[in-house]
Design a protein around this ligand. Structure first.
Ligand code: ZN
Length: 492
C-alpha cells in the first residue's frame, strides 16, 4: 500500500539569558515551505533528509508543510510559535483522513516568551487536531531538554547519537524506518524516559571523548539487544532556563515496558557516575583565557599541525576575548575564521582588496561579548561569499556567508562574515584559497561539531573558558524556571 506521510520541522536552541528575542524575520531567513522542503532537503545531512530518503525508498507520498528553524540565539518570540505551529497543525488537520503518519523534526531546547516547552505544546496541539491513531515520530537534537510530557504525545522519540551532529540524516532514517514498521504492524513502540538530574554544558557533550563517548557506547550496546527499537541520550542544553532542564535518557522498545525502564535506569546510572566530568566540576581540560592562549602559542612552535583553540562560550561568533589575547601575546600565523561582523565586512568590500583600513570588529550584541576591538587591517579578500558545503555536516548544503572579507591584523588572519556560522569544517579557508594546515593556530567557536574535522586536522585542541554568552560555569546566570536539586554549576 502507498502510505501518505506528513513532514514538518520546527527548531531552535534557546539561550534564555540572551537579551532580546529571536523574531519571525530571523526564522524566515532559513525557513522552507511546501514542496521546497523535499527539493532542498533531499540528500542533506538533516533529519528531513533522512525522512525523505526512507519515504522515497518506501514509495510513500510525502505531505510537506513547513520547516521553521532559527538557529541558537535569544528566547523565541511568541509570534514565531503563533506562525509555524498553526500552519503545521492546520496543514495536517486538513489532511488527517488521508494521512497515515507524521514525521516531525524538532530540536528539544526551544523556549518562547511564554512557553518553557513549546515543542511539546506543538505536538499536543497536533494531537488535538489529528487524534492519537496516527503515529507521530519525533526527532530531536542531542542537546534537547525533554521530559515525559513529550512521550505522552509522540509515538516515539529519536535523538542524535553524535555530537558533532554528523548523524542527523541517520536519526531521521531511524525515525522514518520505525514509522513504516509501525504502520505495517511489525512493531508496537513503547517508550520510557528518565532524567538523571545533571546539567551538561555543551562542550562536555562531545561524543568523541569520554565520558559522553562511554554513554553512547553503552547506548549502542543496548540498541543491539532483542526487543529494543531505539535508544537516545539527550545531553540537554544548559542555558535554556526551562522547567525540564537537564539530561534525559529515552528508550523505545517493541512493546516491552520493563525493558525500556531497565535501559533508561542503566544509562542514567552511568551518567550519574560521570556527573563531575559532564558538568565540568571535575573536568581538568578547561583553560583560562590567558593560560589557554599562552599554551597554544607555545605548543604551536613545535607542532606539525595547527593547534586548535576552542572558544566554546562564544554563541555569537563575534566575541573579541581571544582575538585581543592572541594579539596581546603576539601570536603569529593564527587564523580566526567566521567572525560575525556585517558592518566591517561591508567596509572591507567598499575599500577593496589590498586596502589598509581601520575597523572596529566583533561584539555585535553588547552582551558578554568583550566589546568592539579597534584594529588596523589589510584587506586580503572581500566579496559575497557563497559555496556548497563539503564538510560532514554541511555536505551539499548551500552556505551563504553574505558580504565577507579576509583581513590581516598583525599575526592574525581574520575572516569577517555577515551570517552567523561557526567554524566546523575546512571550507571557510579552503574555499578562499587558504590551506588550514598552513596556519599554526586556528580558533573555532563551535562547541563539538568542529571535532568531526579538526580532531584529525589539528595537532591538539585547547579548550578555553573565555567569558562569553555560554560559559561552562553556569553560576553567572540567574535561573527562574529550572528545578531545584540539579547536579550542576548553577547557583544554589
Ligand atoms: Zn546540538
Amino acid at each position: 500500500m502507498r502510505y501518505r506521510i506528513g513532514v514538518a520541522g520546527f527548531s531552535h536552541e534557546t539561550v534564555s539569558f540572551w537579551p532580546g528575542v529571536t523574531s519571525l524575520d530571523d526564522f524566515e531567513l532559513t525557513s522552507v515551505y511546501g514542496e521546497d522542503i523535499i527539493e532542498k532537503g533531499r540528500d542533506t545531512n538533516s533529519c528531513i533528509g533522512g525522512f525523505i530518503e526512507v519515504c522515497e525508498k518506501e514509495e510513500a507520498e510525502m505531505v510537506p508543510i513547513v520547516v521553521g528553524s532559527g538557529g541558537a540565539t535569544a528566547t523565541v518570540a511568541d509570534e514565531v510559535y503563533d506562525h509555524y505551529v498553526p500552519l503545521i497543525v492546520e496543514g495536517f488537520r486538513k489532511e488527517k483522513d488521508h494521512l497515515d503518519g507524521i514525521l516531525l523534526s524538532l530540536h528539544g531546547a526551544m523556549a518562547t516568551e511564554s512557553r518553557t516547552d513549546p515543542e511539546t505544546d506543538a505536538v499536543r496541539a497536533l494531537r488535538k487536531a489529528v487524534g492519537y491513531d496516527i503515529p507521530i515520530m519525533v526527532t530531536l537534537d542531542l542537546h534537547g531538554n525533554k521530559d515525559e510530557a513529550l512521550l505522552k504525545e509522540a509515538t516515539a522519540v529519536f535523538g542524535f547519537h553524535s555530537s558533532p551532529h554528523i548523524d542527523q540524516a541517520e536519526t531521521g532514517r531511524r525515525a522514518a524506518r520505525c514509522m513504516f514498521k509501525t504502520l505495517r504492524g511489525e512493531v508496537k513502540p513503547i517508550s520510557a524516559i528518565k532524567k538523571p538530574g545533571i546539567v551538561v554544558p555543551s562542550v562536555f557533550s562531545a561524543t568523541t571523548i569520554s565520558p559522553a563517548k562511554d554513554l553512547i557506547t553503552r547506548l549502542k550496546e543496548w540498541m543491539t539487544k532483542p526487543g529494543v527499537i531505539d535508544v537516545t541520550v539527550l545531553f540537554g542544553f544548559a542555558w535554556a532556563d526551562v522547567h525540564n532542564l537537564g539530561m534525559s535518557v529515552i528508550a523505545v522498545t517493541d512493546n516491552e515496558p520493563a525493558l525500556a525502564k531497565e535501559i533508561v535506569n542503566d544509562l542514567s546510572e552511568l551518567a550519574w557516575e560521570h556527573r563531575g566530568m559532564l558538568t565540568g566540576m571535575g573536568n581538568k581540560s578547561l583553560y583560562s583565557l590567558e593560560k589557554g592562549v599562552k599554551t597554544a602559542i607555545e605548543k604551536a612552535k613545535t607542532a606539525s599541525k595547527p593547534i586548535v583553540i576552542l572558544d566554546h562560550a562564544d554563541r555569537t561568533n563575534d566575541t573579541t576575548f581571544i582575538i585581543r589575547e592572541l594579539l596581546k601575546q603576539r601570536a603569529e600565523n593564527a587564523a580566526v575564521p567566521m567572525i560575525y561582523d556585517p558592518p566591517s565586512a561591508q567596509k572591507c568590500v567598499e575599500a577593496g582588496r589590498g586596502a589598509k583600513i581601520e575597523l572596529e570588529i566583533g561584539a555585535s550584541t553588547g552582551w558578554r561579548d568583550g566589546g568592539k576591538f579597534r584594529v588596523r587591517a589589510e584587506v586580503l579578500w572581500a566579496g559575497h561569499a557563497k559555496y556548497t558545503g563539503t564538510g560532514p555536516m554541511t555536505i551539499n548544503r548551500e552556505v551563504d556567508l553574505g558580504l565577507s572579507a579576509i583581513i590581516q591584523v598583525g599575526g592574525l588572519w581574520i575572516q569577517l562574515v555577515s551570517r552567523q556560522h561557526s567554524l566546523i569544517d575546512a571550507d571557510p579557508m579552503e574555499r578562499f584559497g587558504y590551506d588550514p594546515l598552513s596556519f599554526e593556530i586556528i580558533v573555532s567557536k563551535s562547541k563539538t561539531h568542529f571535532r568531526a574535522v579538526y580532531e584529525e586536522l589539528g595537532e591538539e585542541i585547547i579548550i578555553v573558558d573565555a567569558p562569553g554568552q555560554c560559559p561552562a560555569d553556569l553560576s553567572h546566570f540567574e535561573y527562574k524556571h529550572a528545578p531545584e536539586g540539579l547536579y550542576s554549576t548553577m547557583r544554589k
